[in-house]
Write a protein that binds this ligand. Structure first.
Ligand code: NAD
Length: 408
């Protein structure tokens, strides 16, 4: 999704909220766009660190290593972080970073060089009370470990709260890896309770079987949901009477794709999105449901674990069809809530236990869900979506902070 699409979406929300021009402009403004070139082994790579809005607190958002990274993409992702952290009531703003590079073509030493070069280049812009990076697509806890090490060497002091998603040995959280999926599970359960549907009567199809998709598949399977289809970049697998998820995870880990699951129907990725199911979980990439295929989607409900998996045109069609979408800024916020707990532990010397962090995740997700769902129900018209409700709540809080600062 481009930042132009975000602007269009914001126009619709601002009409619903009766926002004035000054308020709209403040939401479209970026606090800082830093673009630099990283030089590694004689080659140069474009890199960004962007803070969208930090009126509520320091910027928060991941760093992505991907060949398709662009300034427009990092801007969009940082905007989504602002609304996400606001919706779930965290003391953060929104930020994002990226390097335009294909990490699959690099060995471990080269990836470490890129990670350290990123911090050498951008260290003046980040910090525990300024802008706090974390992992994103194709970056992980090891990369965060190298980045923190480089940052602390440059600054000559310890400051673990500068980066979240770190290895546990450096102050990372043991909950982080499964936190996004756990947050998604909590939200789906709360939503289905409102729909009077029990896990055992609920069929689920999951697009994407990476960190988020695989973990949520396991959690939902353990709760009795009937997972009838999964897919990864190589293709999909279906079995209407239910898949054995433990076996699927084993196959994915051994052979690197779900398509090697034996004796079961194989299907193309695009067909998986069109299966008859109660819940479709989107846990792969952006722009999966668009104006081109939304009409063929037969799921009753969609849980967006990926960021921006449905385009704004796709969203309008799903809404007309009566398909309820649980939006990304709510459904995948579990990761950043757990990052918040990691940051608090780092800046206070470790006051939260695992149990306390689990409690905070549950409380933040439950409150954000309740507020979003209640506004959605209250406003329910044929064109008002849960996404509209989530954005309205998030934007009110951001504008409240801007007003309190006297910026508007
Ligand atoms: P990942 O790289 O571990 O997994 C992505 C999965 O999607 C892989 O299994 C890949 O094979 C699959 N995939 C790629 N193209 C596909 C296609 N066309 N059809 C079906 N499957 C396809 O990434 P992840 O960490 O699981 O993240 C998935 C999504 O969730 C991303 O959009 C990410 O931004 C979002 N997200 C993740 C987290 C997190 O904590 N992991 C937090 C917030 C949002």
């Amino acid at each position: 999704m481009t930042f132009e699409d975000i602007k269009e979406g914001l126009k619709k929300i601002s009409k619903l909220m009766n926002l004035n021009e000054k308020e709209i402009n403040i939401l479209l403004k970026f606090k800082r766009i830093a673009k630099k070139e990283l030089e590694i082994n004689g080659k140069t790579y474009d890199a960004w660190r962007i803070v969208h809005n930090d009126s509520i607190g320091p910027g928060k958002g991941g760093i992505r290593f991907h060949p398709a990274v662009s300034e427009d993409e990092v801007k969009s992702l940082s905007f989504w972080m602002t609304v996400k952290t606001s919706l779930v009531g965290l003391p953060f703003g929104g930020a994002k970073g990226g390097v335009k590079i294909n990490p699959k073509e690099l060995n471990k030493e080269e990836i470490e060089k890129v990670s350290r070069a990123y911090i050498k280049t951008f260290n003046e812009f980040i910090g525990e009370d300024k802008d706090i990076p974390a992992p994103d697509v194709y970056t992980n806890s090891q990369i965060m470990g190298w980045m923190l090490d480089e940052f602390e060497k440059i600054k000559g002091r310890h400051e673990p709260g500068t980066i979240t998603g770190k290895p546990v040995e450096l102050g990372g959280s043991i909950l982080r890896e499964k936190a996004t999926s756990e947050g998604g599970r909590i939200i789906l359960n709360l939503f289905l309770e409102r729909m009077n549907k029990k896990p055992r009567e609920t069929r689920v199809v999951i697009q994407g079987f990476g960190n988020a998709g695989m973990n949520i598949a396991k959690m939902l399977h353990d709760e009795g949901y009937n997972i009838i289809g999964v897919s990864d970049s190589k293709g999909g697998i279906i079995n209407k009477s239910g898949l054995d998820i433990e076996k699927m995870i084993k196959i994915k880990k051994e052979k690197d794709s779900v398509i090697y699951y034996p004796d079961i129907g194989k299907i193309y990725n695009k067909e998986l999105l069109e299966l008859e199911t109660d819940v479709l979980v989107l846990a792969a990439l952006e722009n999966q449901i668009t104006e081109k295929n939304a009409d063929r989607v037969k799921a009753k409900y969609i849980l967006e674990i990926a960021n921006g998996p449905i385009t704004s045109g796709g969203d309008d069609i799903l809404c007309k069809k009566g398909i309820i979408v649980i939006p990304d800024i709510l459904a995948n916020a579990g990761g950043v809530v757990t990052s918040y707990c990691e940051w608090v532990n780092n800046i206070t010397g470790g006051i939260f236990s695992k149990e306390v962090m689990e409690g905070i995740l549950k409380e933040k997700m439950t409150t954000a869900f309740r507020r979003t769902y209640e506004l959605y129900e209250e406003q329910k018209t044929k064109t008002f979506t849960m996404r509209n409700a989530a954005y309205i709540i998030a934007i009110k809080r951001i504008l409240g902070a801007e007003k309190a600062r006297g910026s508007i």
